[in-house]
Design a protein around this ligand. Structure first.
Ligand code: BV8
Length: 241
């Protein structure tokens, strides 16, 4: 596929890009947690009702990131290689809260749904890296308040982060690729429609199966991200020669 060398690329990633690294997706077979859907746990209401349960949900997932078996896969590494070798701009917009893109070497990464390795105090609004467990008794390291810490994650009904930067990147990109996302969660699922209004941009979906917004994409590549994304990156870089 030929793209102008100065072309700008936006990669939207979802839970599917981390699946081959061993992290469960939301709506796949392992998607339930204690019999609950993510939509029922990842909400301010659930946190207000049962903060301990929501802390357990995130503590379990945060602990996974310390597992040496959980590491970036070929898809994460290919996106980092693209950012390093592509002369134009490459931006990863991820719905994921893990740090696998950064550990693969990507630097231009926007976590629109927050990061599981960060916490925020609802009393003093301090936000910082937090790698251990959290619970209602954990005192805020900045203000000392208890029962005030929460994961720095965007829950359902909360405003995603970096939306201005994301919209600007979508409206000026030459290529938009969605990798491993089911197209159920907005506003991310609507990003392809924003790009479609940009007449020159090409859009590609990479997924094991068609997403809920498959019809909005000009091209679909079916298969595991770990093999489809490196091939796509090879094609893009070969077009530079
Ligand atoms: C907002 C952080 C507005 C948490 C997440 C009614 C009431 C309230 C809101 C709404 C409503 N109706 C609609 C909404 C909007 C809502 C929404 O879209 N709900 C859906 C469920 C209908 N959205 C929101 O609430 C958003 N905020 O709208 O704010 C607003 C305006 C003004 C002021 C205030 C607010 C916020 C949404 C963010 C929620 N937080 N994550 C956490 O991580 O615990 S969303 C959560 O789902 C994750 O981020 C996840 O990434 C994301 C999306 O899921 P996917 O990534 O797509 O994962 P999924 O499992 O679904 O699919 C995986 C895909 O990978 C599959 O297609 C599979 O085939 C594929 N795959 C699997 N393996 C592979 C693969 N592909 C390739 N290779 C493989 N190997």
């Amino acid at each position: 596929m030929l793209l102008p060398p100065t072309g700008s690329i936006v990669m939207l990633t979802g839970a599917g890009i981390s699946a081959e690294s061993g992290l469960a997706t939301f709506r796949g077979a392992g998607g339930l947690w204690e019999g609950r859907r993510a939509e029922d746990v990842a909400t301010p209401e659930a946190f207000a009702r049962d903060p301990g349960m929501v802390h357990r949900f995130y503590n379990q997932r945060r602990r996974q990131l310390h597992d040496p078996a959980i590491r970036p896969n070929a898809a994460h590494l290919a996106l980092a290689r693209l950012e390093a070798d592509w002369p134009g701009s490459v931006l990863v917009v991820t719905q994921n809260v893990d740090d696998l893109h950064e550990r693969a070497g990507s630097r231009a990464v926007l976590h629109m749904h927050g990061q599981i390795r960060r916490m925020r105090c609802t009393a003093c609004l301090e936000e910082r890296l937090w790698l251990g467990d959290l619970d209602t008794l954990t005192p805020c390291p900045a203000c000392g308040a208890t029962a005030s810490l929460r994961p720095a994650i965007v829950w359902f009904g909360e405003m995603p982060l970096e939306m201005e930067r994301i919209m600007a990147a979508l409206q000026s990109c030459d290529l938009f690729v969605a990798v491993g996302t089911s197209g159920h969660v907005y506003p991310a699922a609507g990003f392809v429609e924003v790009v479609r209004d940009v007449d020159r941009a090409h859009t590609i979906e990479v997924n094991l199966e068609p997403s809920a917004v498959r019809s909005a994409f000009a091209e679909c590549r079916v298969g595991p991200a770990g093999s489809v994304v490196p091939t796509l990156v090879d094609e893009l870089l070969a077009g530079l020669r």
